[in-house]
Design a protein around this ligand. Structure first.
Ligand code: AOF
Ligand code: ZN
Length: 363
């Protein structure tokens, strides 16, 4: 079978780490001898063994002369685990096939160099695009130290996120809503503005079996959130960060007492400086944020340039209403030439609904 076939299998293993390895990458590996798979492995949990070591340890026969397929360039540094290049060179494997290179400055091509220098046959770039796409979050985070932000919203075909009376349950169907739940497992953080707390009082958790909930981040520049909000009442069980510009310790204290983490940041035009917030979240190793809106926060996020990708779930419904909410509000751009530009979208059908997914192009 071809290199691509085995790399595809390695990708399937990599994906099993989804939601459990952040801020590390998802990585899968497969050991193949005489066209038979003799070992498989993946990076299972943050801080634990890497894919290559797990795959080599799982081999049902000695890997002498075998080929190791791995979705990401093997590491060559001492992190929480020793270098994978050492394990590979000791294993007796004859050839290594790699998906994408590791942009981690501690690796960045050096893993491949070391293998080659020791006489290993190395093939690079097999299913490179798929391997890189799987780790778009890791690639962004390791290079910028700020989270990858996905702006997500659900709207009707006339571009409304609620009716004129503020009702939004539900716009999309079950398949679309399930996918959002999966993304809450996949992403390290979920972020909303205090307006969303007032309007919906959401829990912002992932309710799928065998999943984890993201850290909840509430932007509340003046600390107006009610202490009775569900996110505050459950802050002891699920890490909850309130981002604010308020310096008033008496206002902050009750939230802290309830188990919330209050992060005070500089303000920009009366709002939280979102770039500063992203830097602060990056320091906490939050590698990805699912931005679940409100139109005001979405506009600020776009303007501050923190959004990497947009997902619009579109339901075949029309709400009408000049005052009904839309996904991006604020003042908006002056003319069409000033629009935020997105890459040509990927289109997916989810039951009755359509998901449009697009990267934000640099201004
Ligand atoms: C691999 N295979 O399965 C993973 C890799 O602190 P550590 O030891 O876990 O190292 C983390 C870094 O190692 C991470 O930033 C990335 O560059 C690489 N992750 N490498 O060869 C794996 N998870
Ligand atoms: Zn490694």
């Amino acid at each position: 079978m071809s290199d691509e076939t085995y790399m595809k299998l390695a990708l399937e293993y990599a994906e099993k780490g989804c939601g459990w390895v952040n801020p590390n990458p998802m990585v899968g590996a497969v050991v193949v001898k005489d066209d038979r798979v003799i070992g498989t492995g993946y990076h299972q949990r943050y801080g634990e063994l890497h894919a290559e070591r797990n795959a080599l340890a799982s081999c049902t026969e000695p890997p002498q002369g075998a080929t190791l397929y791995v979705t990401l360039e093997p590491c060559c540094h001492y992190g929480k685990t020793p270098p994978c290049t050492d394990a590979i060179l000791k294993s007796g494997v004859r050839r290594v096939v790699i998906g994408s290179a590791d942009p981690n400055p501690l690796v960045a091509g050096k893993g491949i160099q070391i293998l080659r220098r020791h006489g290993m046959e190395v093939t690079e770039g097999v299913l490179r695009e798929a391997c890189s796409k799987l780790n778009e979050v890791f690639f962004h985070f390791i290079q910028t130290k700020t989270p990858f932000v996905l702006m997500k919203y659900a709207m009707t075909m006339d571009g409304k996120t609620a009716t004129h009376s503020g009702k939004s349950k539900w716009i999309t169907g079950e398949a679309a809503r399930r996918r959002v739940q999966e993304d809450r497992h996949r992403y390290s953080g979920v972020m909303v503005g205090v307006g969303t707390i007032f309007a919906d009082d959401p829990l912002l958790t992932c309710r799928l079996p065998n999943s984890r909930s993201p850290v909840r981040i509430i932007c509340d520049s003046r600390l107006r959130m009610p202490l009775s909000a569900q996110v505050v009442r459950t802050a002891r069980e699920i890490h909850t960060i309130i981002a604010t510009c308020s310096q008033d310790e008496t206002l902050a204290r009750p939230y802290r007492k309830a188990g919330c983490e209050v992060v005070t940041l500089p303000s920009k035009d009366g709002h939280i400086d979102l770039r500063e917030l992203m830097a602060a979240l990056g320091e906490k190793e939050i590698d990805s944020v699912l931005l679940e809106g409100g139109g005001t926060l979405n506009w600020s996020a776009l303007q501050s340039g923190i959004v990497s990708k947009v997902q619009a779930y579109v339901a075949p419904k029309l709400f009408g209403g000049a005052d009904a909410k839309s996904p991006v509000e604020g003042i908006g751009v002056e003319g069409p030439k000033k629009a935020f530009r997105l890459a040509s979208p990927q289109v997916m059908r989810l039951g009755e609904d359509v998901l449009l997914e697009s990267e934000v192009l640099p201004c």
